[in-house]
Design a protein around this ligand. Structure first.
Ligand code: BGC
Length: 273
């Protein structure tokens, strides 16, 4: 579930000078300020039946399942966004995407972490060709989201991968940049999302979606923690203030993460506070 790349990225970030001491956030312990509802907030989920737990206080407005199907019935106020995860889904795609569009989806998400060997794993030029073949035909029926890259900093990773992809896909009809982030601190997160916003502006994309993000500590433990609540209390208002960020989804709507015993975990409560 946690890719090798995520772990390597975590190790690299842990050793970077960007990390700030965790102690700086202790002043916020146990505070969970109520935020206004954000139309940006989404659910990254596997089973649609789990998403109802996120529709209480300030409901999520959209969701995706890393799949071309919704995997069950989402709450009516939650828009389903189909994703063409990677080549393993090419077979069923043309029929599944018609179903998703007929049911009201207005966006299509591209490949999942093509810059990671354990995920969609594609060279940028191949990804551009596949994107043009499978997703671009629906430009006009839906807005098109780029493949979602990691925050890996290597030459063939992250926004560097995306740059090569975009240069090969300038005729693909893309509207939205999708990125993932795993790391150590809110400061690192803001730096990366700011780089993504700058990238989107450079390529005249209308917005950025952060379709997976979390602290490495939570991903490693499969857990919900005070540390992640503190992190979310800092970054969610910031995301909501950024006009260039249109949507985000914390990793993930699942037992042990945003859910605990079928209800909200501590992190889940903060996510929907
Ligand atoms: C995988 C998806 C999976 C999700 C949640 C992602 O990293 O690419 O296939 O559904 O994690 O486990």
């Amino acid at each position: 579930m946690v890719s090798f790349t995520k772990i390597v990225t975590a190790a690299l970030l842990a050793s970077s000078s960007l990390a700030i001491p965790h102690g700086e956030h202790h002043a916020h312990l146990h505070q969970s300020p109520k935020r206004s509802a954000s139309s940006k907030r989404g659910a990254a989920y596997n089973e649609a039946s789990t998403v109802a737990a996120l529709t209480g206080n300030t409901p999520v407005t959209w969701g995706y399942s890393w799949n071309m199907w919704s995997n069950g019935i989402l709450p009516s106020e939650v828009e389903f966004v189909p994703m063409l995860w990677g080549s393993k889904m090419f077979g069923g795609w043309f029929s599944a995407i018609q179903t998703a569009l007929a049911s009201g989806s207005t966006y299509i998400m591209g490949f999942n972490e093509p810059d990671a060997a354990a995920q969609a794993c594609m060279a940028p030029a191949d990804a551009a060709n596949y994107y043009r073949q499978y997703i671009s035909p629906y430009n006009g029926n839906a807005k098109l989201v780029t493949p979602a890259v990691t925050n890996g900093g290597g030459d063939a990773e992250g926004l560097q991968w995306m740059r090569t992809f975009m240069d090969g896909c300038s005729d693909c009809g893309l509207s939205v940049l999708a990125v993932h982030w795993y790391g150590q601190s809110a400061d690192e997160f803001k730096i990366f999302v700011t780089q993504a916003m700058d990238f989107a502006a450079e390529y005249s994309l209308e917005s950025v979606w952060v379709t997976e993000f979390a602290l490495n500590s939570d991903i490693a433990n499969g857990a919900s923690s005070q540390e992640s609540s503190d992190f979310l209390n800092e970054v969610l208002p910031w995301l909501d203030e950024q006009p260039a960020v249109a949507r985000y989804a914390y990793f993930m709507c699942k037992e042990g993460f945003l859910l605990s015993g079928g209800a909200l975990s501590q992190t889940g409560s903060t996510y929907t506070a």
